[in-house]
Design a protein. Structure first.
Length: 257
């Protein structure tokens, strides 16, 4: 028996981070935030980790900020001020983050879903930007949700706070795919395997590229993109990838366990 709220394990280059606080539906309490942040940092720093899977026990992925801890807390003391760091750790992790959901997400929980690179959820999972229903604003989560979700849907769902299903979440760009429950492991593994095929430094640079503002026209971005592309062609990783192609073998990116 352990009082940890977040479990961390690494196997075959995949770090699995599991939220395990079912009594309060994985609400983002101070302890859960601390442990989650520590696990994300550990995975980011470990050269043996190629992909991070963020998942949960119980039937809720995350119910958002811990409303019991926030109850009566003064401004700046409800924990929400530490939450952007967690979103940033997921969004800007040098490793691809795959969120694997068989349970619902609300408010801050949806912010973490949006921050992940790939999201697989079962058909039963529901989502809501429920902040306005308790008189608060989906301000911090807007930082991850708005770049992913179609603007018309964001307008509707932020303002109504209505619950929507996994099919709608896929349609609006919040998640990648909604699957039958028995397919969750297989579909997650399929993404994980695909992600482990990429060069680690190339994946980290591609994440930075995807997160950066787009140049107004192709020629505006030309010098930066040319420099980035040329740097990777000449890098040790790029050269190993190119050599492996010519030699008809798998590239040797990182130490294998
Ligand atoms: C990031 C920003 C804001 C936020 O995140 S604010 C958080 C808003 N979140 C919500 O409004 C969700 C509240 N919870 C629910 O709607 C439901 O619990 C659920 C997630 C749909 C699950 O429903 P279920 O029926 O399975 O569970 P119960 O409602 O019976 O709850 C069981 C148990 O868990 C406690 N609990 C649930 N959610 C929270 C929570 N967020 N904080 C603390 N505790 C929670 C609930 O009270 C029950 O406890 P008991 O002691 O057993 O009564 C702002 C920004 O973006 O800027």
């Amino acid at each position: 028996m352990t009082d940890e709220l977040v479990h961390y394990s690494v196997a075959s280059g995949v770090a699995t981070i599991t939220l395990d606080s079912p009594h309060n539906r994985n609400a983002l309490s101070a302890q859960l935030r601390r442990e989650l942040s520590g696990s994300l940092a550990k995975a980011a720093d470990d050269d043996n980790v190629r992909v991070i899977v963020l998942t949960h026990t119980g039937r809720v992925f995350c119910a958002g900020m811990d409303l019991k801890e926030a109850n009566g807390a003064g401004a700046g003391d409800q924990g929400v001020n530490e939450f952007p760091r967690i979103l940033e750790q997921i969004w800007s992790s040098p490793k691809p983050v795959v969120a694997k959901l068989s349970g619902v997400a609300r408010a801050g929980g949806v912010g973490m879903v949006a921050a992940a690179d790939i999201v697989v959820a079962t058909n039963e999972v529901t989502f809501a930007f429920s902040e306005v229903r308790i008189g608060v604003v989906p301000a911090v989560i807007s930082l991850t949700v708005l770049p992913r979700v179609n603007p018309r849907a964001a307008q509707e769902l932020f303002l109504t706070g209505e619950v929507f299903d996994a099919g709608r979440a896929a349609e609006i760009g919040l998640i990648n795919t909604a699957v039958e429950a028995h397919m969750l492991d297989a579909e997650t593994d399929r993404y994980v395997q695909a992600l482990t095929l990429g060069g680690p430094a190339a994946l980290a640079a591609t994440k930075r590229l995807l997160a950066s503002p787009r140049p107004a026209t192709p020629s505006d971005g030309f010098p930066d993109m040319l420099e980035l592309s040329a740097r990777f062609f000449a890098s040790e990783e790029g050269q190993e990838g190119i050599r492996s192609f010519a030699e008809k073998r798998k590239p040797n990116w990182v130490p294998q366990d």
